[in-house]
Design a binder for this molecule. Structure first.
Ligand SMILES: [Zn+2]
Length: 273
């Protein structure tokens, strides 16, 4: 008895298993994150480029119970076929863009539960990858920040962005000011509240220019395609870094070990944290 399922998904992780087999992690539209066992994938040509990293592919996989037991992992499906739907060529050929795409992939793999359909997150993830594929490198951190905010929203742990967490002043009031993210508290402080704090107090804070936050803020309400452009790359990276620091506090899957894509981005001259 077979139980064949078909779905479209993005390949996020590819690990060699035994001599000739491969285990993939894919983020799919209808099944969420799934682990797929691709037998004989190292030598066989039948999967071709459809199982490469960041490939967007139509995947057919078999979830029959016996096979699952044999492999000792109840969440591993056997990949029957994979056909490329489209390729994000500029992402995979540009080392810096690849770093941002890898960061998004790592965030998805480490943050989301397995086998739970999350169609809205999948849709936004697909759009974010397409955008990274199209825009210049200067816009990539901005797009990544917009995606990360939506990921935080889908998990219900997004920071409060509009008012100071202490005095409730609107954060965009003084665009020349600098804002401090209190990652552990999930809110930002205005400059005067941050400066009034006892400097001996041990608080982790991430600094960002209010002007950058105000320019970026509409992207929270707009479709990700309409993320405001033209924010200075330094500001975008600071914003992305602040949201990442927040995410590491509030998402358990991100606390255990560092994200390897951040080390890679730093080596590529794109320091985030
Ligand atoms: Zn304040």
């Amino acid at each position: 008895m077979h139980e064949i399922r078909e779905d479209i998904g993005v390949v996020l992780k590819k690990q060699r298993y035994r001599e000739r087999d491969v285990i993939l992690t894919a983020f799919t539209e209808k099944h969420g994150l799934v682990a797929l066992f691709a037998p004989n994938a190292i030598q066989s040509k039948r999967f071709t480029s459809a199982i490469e990293l960041l490939a967007v592919s139509r995947l057919r996989f078999d979830s029959k119970k016996k096979f699952l037991q044999e492999l000792g992992d109840d969440a591993l499906h056997r990949l029957e076929s994979a056909d490329s739907v489209y390729e994000l060529t500029s992402l995979t050929s540009d080392p810096e863009k690849l770093g941002y795409a890898s960061l998004l992939s790592e965030l998805v793999v480490r943050s989301l539960p397995r086998e739970r359909p999350l169609e809205e997150v999948y849709r936004v993830f697909g759009q974010a990858l397409k955008l990274l594929n199209e825009v210049s490198i200067e816009e990539c951190a901005n797009i990544a920040a917009s995606f990360l905010f939506r990921l935080l929203q889908s998990l219900g742990v997004q920071p409060s962005l509009t008012r100071c967490g202490q005095c409730a002043t609107p954060l965009g009031g003084d665009t020349g000011a600098e804002l401090y993210l209190m990652a552990a508290h999930g809110h930002w402080l205005c400059e005067s509240c941050a400066k009034a704090r006892d400097p001996r107090e041990n608080f982790t804070a991430k600094l960002i220019r209010a002007e950058a936050l105000v320019t970026w803020l509409p992207s929270v309400l707009l479709p990700i395609r309409q993320t405001p452009r033209g924010i200075a790359a330094n500001d975008s990276r600071a914003l992305l870094g602040a949201l990442l620091e927040h995410a590491q506090f509030h998402i358990s899957g991100l606390q255990s070990q560092n994200l390897s894509s951040l080390t890679y981005l730093k080596e590529m001259g794109q320091p985030i944290l």
